[in-house]
Design a protein around this ligand. Structure first.
Ligand SMILES: Nc1nc2c(ncn2[C@@H]2O[C@H](COP(=O)(O)OP(=O)(O)O)[C@@H](O)[C@H]2O)c(=O)[nH]1
Ligand SMILES: [Mg+2]
Length: 383
């Protein structure tokens, strides 16, 4: 057996040399690349090296078992620095070792590549899913990153696990929705503001029913929405059905008196006209009115069917009244609740109730953060 080491500046160069001198049947025993010169192997020139073996007779068939006579290999070529001498059994040993190493390396690469692929695949699915639910792209990306960080190595294959983590992360972003807060012995004055038609009056009717029937609170109702007769009548009808007192306020100067009139009540709801947030005059009027009432809570009512940019715009315009919480209505009219998450995230305000239908008093709920998050993530079983 003849063994020779070839060194050159590229693999193709050393391969060509090896082929020329040892023939096509020669076996590559070892190959490496290394740096020559430089400090500590840095900045040196890259070198390629292969060690090639061939049968004495120029053959190299696998069946050829080394005989004791062949065991000591003699190198005939000159330049001893380029040659290494090994016994055939040592070489076979080394080949086996290398084979094992290659096998192990391949397994590790497969394994790694596999789970990385699955993380990537699941992350992609989750991202696409969140965006399809109208979660802002940037926010969706952030959520997916956090989910990836939290995913346990053993469970990256499991999309259900990834999805649960996602619900958790979104719940943390949403934070706990807040109920109307009472202070003992004090009347709580709560104003609902928001664009026309989002459901302020209907929501007040639902809340009034809930607090008076279930929580046995004494309720007073005030409406500032006197622009249309129908608007006044709408709340009057609910007040009559529930047997609750209603004060209709036509001038800002009457509002204070109306609130004082209810000073023996636990909870007073103020219904406002659906001002157009784009109409500055109307907004100024509303601000002036509410200043008179000094409400303990100002709740912005928004529809879940509105897109995120418009929701934020509405929030900004109404926030001159110092919004405390947000109620989302019409959850029954959409499947995509990403805009709720976007709004909470952008405004940093807490949610309160959500409403999901036209029925008074049933279609209203105070969901917790996890329930809201589950609703936003939704049914994702298709993935
Ligand atoms: N589908 C659905 N309709 C609602 C909901 N809340 C209110 N509405 C309807 O939205 C319309 C406007 O409601 P209204 O309370 O008058 O809105 P406002 O102008 O903000 O006072 C009415 O037809 C309500 O029945 C809800 O949660 N779901
Ligand atoms: Mg109304």
């Amino acid at each position: 057996m003849k063994i020779k080491r070839f060194v050159g500046d590229s693999f193709s160069e050393v391969m060509r040399q090896a082929k020329e001198q040892m023939g096509n049947d020669a076996v590559i025993l070892h190959s490496r690349r290394y740096k020559e010169g430089g400090l500590f192997g840095l900045f040196g020139r890259e070198k390629f090296e292969i060690t090639v073996a061939m049968d004495e007779n120029g053959r190299n068939d696998n069946q050829a078992t080394p005989t004791p006579a062949e065991d000591n290999v003699e190198i005939k070529e000159a330049d001893s620095s380029q040659f290494a001498v090994h016994s055939a059994s040592e070489i076979l040993q080394e080949i086996k070792l290398m084979k094992d190493m290659v096998e192990e390396l391949r397994e590790r690469i497969d394994d790694d590549g596999g789970s990385q692929d699955i993380i990537d695949r699941n992350s992609r699915l989750l991202y696409k899913h969140l965006v399809s639910r109208h979660v802002d792209e940037k926010l969706a990306n952030r959520i997916v990153k956090t989910v990836e960080e939290r995913a346990e190595a053993g469970q990256v294959h499991d999309y259900a696990h990834i999805r649960n983590l996602c619900v958790q992360v979104i719940a943390e972003l949403i934070r706990k929705p807040r109920d109307i807060e009472f202070k003992k012995g004090k009347t709580r004055v709560v104003a609902l503001i928001g664009p026309t038609g989002v459901g302020k009056t209907t929501t007040i009717a639902k809340l009034a029913a809930r607090f008076s029937l279930i929580e046995k609170k004494k309720i007073g109702l005030i409406t500032l929405d006197t622009y249309r007769i129908a608007a006044v009548e709408q709340l009057k009808i609910y007040a009559d059905i529930m047997g609750l007192p209603l004060q209709v306020v036509y001038k800002p100067s009457d509002l204070k008196a109306a609130v004082e009139h209810f000073s023996n009540r636990d909870l007073v709801f103020i219904d406002t006209a659906g001002r157009s947030p784009r109409n500055d005059e109307q907004m100024a009027e509303l601000v002036a009115l509410l200043r008179e009432a000094e409400p303990d809570e100002v709740i912005l009512v928004l529809s879940a069917t509105t897109n995120s940019d418009d929701l934020l715009d509405t929030f900004k315009r109404f926030n001159i009244m110092k919004i405390d919480k947000i109620i989302f209505t019409k959850l029954d009219e959409t499947n995509c609740y990403g805009s709720i998450l976007n709004t909470v995230h952008r405004t940093k305000k807490r949610l309160s109730y959500v409403t999901n239908g036209q029925n008074v008093p049933d279609d209203i709920e105070l969901l917790n953060d996890i329930q809201i998050a589950q609703m936003i993530v939704g049914d994702d079983s298709a993935s």
